[in-house]
Ligand binder design. Structure first.
Ligand code: PLP
Length: 372
């Protein structure tokens, strides 16, 4: 299988699996127990917290282990509206459903206004508009993603942080697609950030919330007061070990991996445009993650059909986000960025395990698949 859906999820690296198996084999205690097996499990978790915090230049106290980025986002949104009684949320029409669907739901429970910041045809957020909106609503929560999961378009993190700080707004940045892709100094960045380990060759079902020290939000899930009361539920010690190892590898290798992926990106775009000259990139041509390429093609079949045919020929791609697949409809992001009625768009998301040899095979398969 040629796997070009690394923005949806990634395979577990063998080193990550080994670290997890070692923890499974040797540590069974409940990290909240005071006896030795419990204390040993606690050490595993706290060592992981220290190591991960170090990678992002934050303190271990600012890191909370959770089941996923979705949970981390929901925790922040719920608590900001419920406990900090935020009345204005400034966000964009390009966010992941973990943000947009939660906001829709929360509007049924809390009284607050959602303001959408303008963006251009590439998905770049209009910073002047953001500045104006944050000045109009100074105690707002700004919710913007660091890199768009469908197009790869990047947000200028520091500039957005400065705008928020200047206006006194809080800033939640969905960093799911950027964690591990390059160095992120969270200490100089948003007030809240998120990670899902499975996006960077770690296990599914584990992630983290970064919360700046001086902000007091409350948990989404109550119970046994784990994670310093921020997230109840016995910790996923095996998942946490996997995430720690995955982050360590990603942060160590990211320059080499980015170079390899950038060269595959160029080959993929050149190859696809030589097969279909009218093909065009959806998203930013420059300010983008190298691994995500979203292309629109004027073809006479639906996106789902093309995906299915590619799948039958041994290639995995997606139409946009994994969450919108199977609906045979253009995603909200594709619509917002002007994918035309006569076009279908496909997201090719590359990863560290993809090779140049595979790219040649893929282009042959693609040409044959659309010729049918
Ligand atoms: N945010 C972005 C940008 C994503 O790409 C995803 C996953 O696709 C999520 C949030 C949600 O991640 P998870 O499903 O692991 O909670």
């Amino acid at each position: 299988m040629i796997y070009y859906d690394n923005a949806a999820t990634t395979p577990l690296l063998p080193e990550v699996r080994d670290a997890m198996i070692d923890t499974i084999d040797h540590y069974y205690g409940n990290p909240s127990s005071i006896h030795r097996p419990g204390r040993e499990a606690r050490v595993i978790i706290e060592e992981a917290r220290k190591q991960i915090a170090h990678q992002f230049n934050i303190t271990p106290a600012e890191l909370f282990f959770m089941s996923s980025a979705t949970e981390a986002i929901a925790t922040v949104l719920n608590s900001c509206l419920r406990d900090l009684t935020i009345k204005n949320i400034i966000t964009s029409k390009l966010e992941h459903p973990a943000v947009s669907r939660n906001l829709d739901l929360l509007q049924k429970v809390h009284h607050f206004n959602i303001h959408y910041v303008a963006h251009d045809a590439y998905g770049h957020i209009n910073l002047e508009d953001l500045e104006q909106q944050t000045m109009q609503h100074p105690e707002a929560l700004v919710v913007l993603m660091h890199a768009n999961n469908e197009t790869g378009t990047l947000l200028p993190l520091k500039k957005v942080k400065n705008i928020c700080t200047h206006a006194g707004a809080l800033f939640l940045c969905d960093t799911v697609q950027t964690i591990g892709k390059f160095f992120i100094n969270l200490d100089e960045g948003p007030d809240f950030a998120t990670c899902s380990a499975h996006k960077i060759y770690g296990p599914k079902g584990v992630g983290f919330l970064y919360k700046r020290n001086n902000i007091d939000i409350k948990p989404l899930i109550e119970g046994g007061k784990q994670e310093r009361t921020m997230r109840s539920g016995t910790e996923n010690i095996y998942g946490i070990t996997g995430m720690k190892t995955a982050i360590e590898i990603a942060c160590k290798d990211n320059e080499t991996v980015n170079k390899q992926i950038s060269s595959l990106r160029t080959g993929l775009i050149d190859g696809l445009t030589s097969i279909i000259p009218e093909a065009r990139i959806i998203g930013s041509p420059q300010h983008t993650l190298s691994n995500i390429i979203n292309m629109a093609f004027p073809l006479d079949i639906t996106g789902d059909m093309l995906q299915q045919r590619l799948d039958m020929n041994g290639v995995a791609v997606s139409g946009g986000s994994a969450c919108s697949s199977g609906t045979n409809e253009k995603s909200d992001v594709a619509k917002a960025l002007g994918v035309r009625d006569n076009e279908i768009n496909i997201r090719f998301s590359l990863g560290r395990l993809n090779t140049a040899e595979e790219l040649d095979r893929f282009l042959e398969i693609f040409a044959k698949t659309i010729a049918k």
